[in-house]
Unconditional design. Structure first.
Length: 497
């Protein structure tokens, strides 16, 4: 898909479809007036009837512009004060849906009519590009159908704006929108793959491929490497499976100096979570192939950062394993010694994410990071608390948590903070070890965060629980969403300004 930005006045040759925004129900803007002339005044008649502006978000299609074969789509955005990025994102989604269903090949999107709405041109173009990308994504079928006909008709998008400064801003939005969209596609593809294909070794292979295509230095630690480092907590999980665990480390060096402190993303890469000996109920268990979506969003964010060429250093760390009930699997009551030296009493083998993350977090310290964010489909409890709209965020540094929340607002991949108060820590007390791996039914998402906090005391650290946001369950919509690629990428973009 080709994306260009041009000044309204110089864009002569019209595309197959033209989209304009109406921001008033009182007067037809100058742009719309131009089209009105071509339509011999029928647009103003429609406008006066109120049919174009009776609902914010109303999309009206005029099938042909006079004798030209150009479609016109009018979008009513309402008065400036009504607009928010969240509302605009919904609008962008319905525009993208319309473009897809009417199989349009090229489109001019004039941003002139919404210039007063208080949303930056960067944000406008970015959300449109991202919404179109979301519509284009097709769930990968295994094996891929031999003659998969491309349903993608849309080949080019041109944004039209008024000033050179707007051209610059809009181009930035196109660039980040495309990079985030590509990152989401990568994350969704990985998340949608079944557990028999997407194993820890497969993820390691994909990381190496990503390294080649996007200039990342990739190291993969084997089980014996991890054993030498004392990662017994992580290894105790993979003992229950025949697939060897991998610790994937991906370096992106975009900063002027190679030694500049990196930002670290740690993603849970559980390629299938059956629960282990504390086995999960069988209904819907297939969905636990998504338990590597934290890892997938680290892959996607690193790809996006590399495509944008951000001038920072970023390291992605992905501990990857399966969680299955083998004869050698963890048993409830087992005690393991983590890389940090702390001992863990495993009271529930299904709380495995924290067991692999804690060693990866300890490992991250060797890179002396500025900040560390871990991303994990960690608890079912976060779905109860926040549903599928917000990821849960917790951390030991309020500035970092605020930066993440802000990045979620900008990217519309939102997160909501849960309290990581000391009061919750005692739920993890164990009679037999330094810490238990579960904290009872109450506040399950927070006690999971508390568990991780025991391994990050000397880091500037935050944790994102994406169990509710990384996929849609059940039915026809079942599949990965690509979250948390946008929020992570935005967090990193914001570090460069
Ligand atoms: N991967 C799951 C979290 C999960 C559960 C995601 C349901 C999506 C839907 C995680 O490993 C897990 O099993 N967590 C347990 C923790 C409990 C045993 C303390 C959970 O949430 O039930
Ligand atoms: Mn589990
Ligand atoms: Zn899990």
């Amino acid at each position: 898909m080709k994306t260009t930005v041009s000044l309204l006045e110089v864009a002569l040759k019209p595309a197959a479809c033209h989209i304009i925004f109406l921001n008033s129900d009182k007067t037809l803007g100058s742009e719309a007036k131009g089209f009105d002339q071509k339509l011999n005044g029928s647009l103003s008649t429609l406008f006066k009837s109120g049919a174009l502006t009776n609902k914010i978000g109303r999309l009206t299609i005029i099938p042909a512009l006079g004798n030209q074969n150009t479609r016109l789509i009018l979008v009513y955005v309402g008065k400036s004060s009504n607009n928010s990025v969240a509302a605009f994102k919904k609008l962008a989604t319905s525009i993208a849906g319309k473009l897809k269903s009417s199989s349009i090949g090229s489109v001019d999107i004039s941003l002139v009519g919404i210039s007063a709405c208080g949303i930056s041109f960067e944000s406008l173009s970015r959300h449109i590009i991202e919404a179109i990308g979301d519509e284009r994504y097709r769930v990968a079928q295994q094996p891929a159908p031999a003659d998969a006909p491309s349903k993608q008709k849309l080949l080019s998008i041109r944004f039209l704006v008024n000033t050179k400064a707007q051209v610059k801003q809009t181009k930035l939005g196109c660039q980040s929108g495309q990079a985030i969209s590509n990152g989401k596609d990568l994350a969704r593809n990985l998340g949608d793959l079944p557990g028999n294909i997407c194993t820890p070794s497969y993820l390691a292979k994909q990381a190496r491929a990503l390294g080649r295509s996007h200039k990342l230095k990739v190291d993969v630690l084997s089980e014996s490497d991890m054993k030498k480092l004392g990662m017994n907590s992580l290894l105790s999980v993979s003992r229950g499976s025949r697939q060897p665990a991998k610790l994937i480390v991906m370096h992106y060096s975009g900063a002027k100096s190679k030694t500049e402190q990196p930002y670290i993303l740690v993603g849970k890469g559980l390629t299938f979570d059956a629960g282990g000996i504390s086995i999960k109920p069988s209904a819907g268990m297939d969905e636990m192939k998504y338990d590597m979506c934290g890892a997938a969003s680290v892959f996607g964010a690193l790809q996006a950062v590399s495509e944008m060429g951000l001038e920072i250093n970023v390291i992605g760390i992905v501990p990857s394993s399966e969680n299955l009930p083998d004869g050698d699997a963890n048993k409830p009551g087992d005690i393991v010694k983590s890389m940090s030296g702390q001992t863990i009493e495993i009271l529930n083998t299904d709380a495995e994410g924290r067991l692999i993350l804690c060693d990866a977090l300890t490992y991250s310290k060797r890179f002396k990071p500025k900040t560390v964010i871990d991303i994990a489909t960690l608890t079912g409890a976060v779905i109860v608390a926040l549903g599928s709209h917000a990821s849960g965020v917790m951390g030991n540094d309020q500035d970092l948590v605020n930066d993440i929340i802000n990045a979620g607002e900008t990217s519309q991949d939102r997160a909501w903070q849960l309290p990581l108060w000391d009061d919750y820590q005692k739920q993890l007390d164990s009679n037999f070890a330094d810490i238990a791996n579960i904290g009872g039914r109450a506040a399950g998402t927070i006690t999971a965060g508390c568990f991780l906090s025991r391994f990050t005391e000397d880091l500037t650290w935050a944790h994102l629980d994406i169990a509710g946001t990384a996929w849609r369950s059940g039915g026809k919509q079942k599949g990965a969403t690509g979250r948390a690629v946008p929020i992570l990428t935005q967090y990193l973009i914001d570090r460069t300004n």
